[in-house]
Design a protein around this ligand. Structure first.
Ligand SMILES: [Zn+2]
Length: 229
């Protein structure tokens, strides 16, 4: 696409690319494995999400099915939990882990968990940043009169990097809450909790990989800018 995509600084993002591919295969493999393991509880992802929400006074947060695989999320604006088809009606350990994780986000929202508030306010910054940063940067690189656009591009990209960084504590905390709730005695036996934890740990690596990729991309942009000046 761009000739400058293949300069030596590409080497910088190879470790992040490797980490991303490894995390993807790890999350797919772990998810597939624990999708086959039924919990002895016998409740579906939807039922478990409903029960944990109710136990936390979140009676007004609905749990809805959504199309796709691993499309599960909590929507803070609509205050809704959406569970993918493979999670919603499944009684597997993977389903209960993901369902409890999404409820973890709803609880974060209710309690005003600081990193989640920051993350929400960074969403527009990250959207603009990830759309505009690279085009701005490369216009600055190619048009001598507009070299300052490279700096603007880097500033925009930094917004997206910050978003990825703030996402990490939000995701880790939601998983920590999920494991604690599932293991509190009313849902899963200790050996089952370990399976649920492995699913969430694997998912956490995809966020680490995305943050690493964004950070190294920014380092790469800074090196390219400095080599032009
Ligand atoms: Zn999450």
């Amino acid at each position: 696409m761009f000739p400058f995509m293949f300069d030596w600084t590409m080497i910088l993002i190879l470790p992040a690319l490797g980490l991303a591919l490894w995390a993807q295969s790890k999350v797919k493999g772990t998810y597939r494995k624990f999708s086959e393991v039924r919990s002895r509880l016998g409740m579906t992802g939807q039922q478990v999400a409903r029960r944990i929400l109710d136990q936390n006074g979140l009676h007004d947060v609905p749990v809805e099915p959504v199309a796709g695989e691993l499309t599960d999320h909590y929507h803070p604006g609509e205050r809704k939990i959406r569970l993918s088809e493979g999670i919603y009606g499944s009684t597997s350990l993977a389903a209960l882990a993901v369902a409890a994780h999404e409820v973890g986000h709803a609880i974060q929202h209710k309690t005003g968990y600081q990193a989640m508030t920051w993350r929400a306010s960074l969403v527009p910054v990250a959207n603009i940043g990830s759309m505009a940063a690279i085009p701005l940067f490369f216009i600055g690189m190619l048009v001598p009169a507009f070299t300052w656009l490279m700096d603007l591009g880097i500033i925009f990209f930094a917004g997206a990097v910050l978003f990825h960084m703030v996402t990490l504590p939000v995701e880790f905390d939601a998983s920590r809450r999920a494991v604690a709730i599932l293991g509190n005695g009313s849902f899963l036996a200790p050996d089952e909790v370990q399976g649920a934890k492995r699913v969430l740990d694997a998912a956490a690596w995809t966020y680490v990989a995305a943050a690493t990729m964004a950070l190294l991309q920014m380092v790469r942009l800074i090196i390219l800018r400095n080599s032009r000046n």
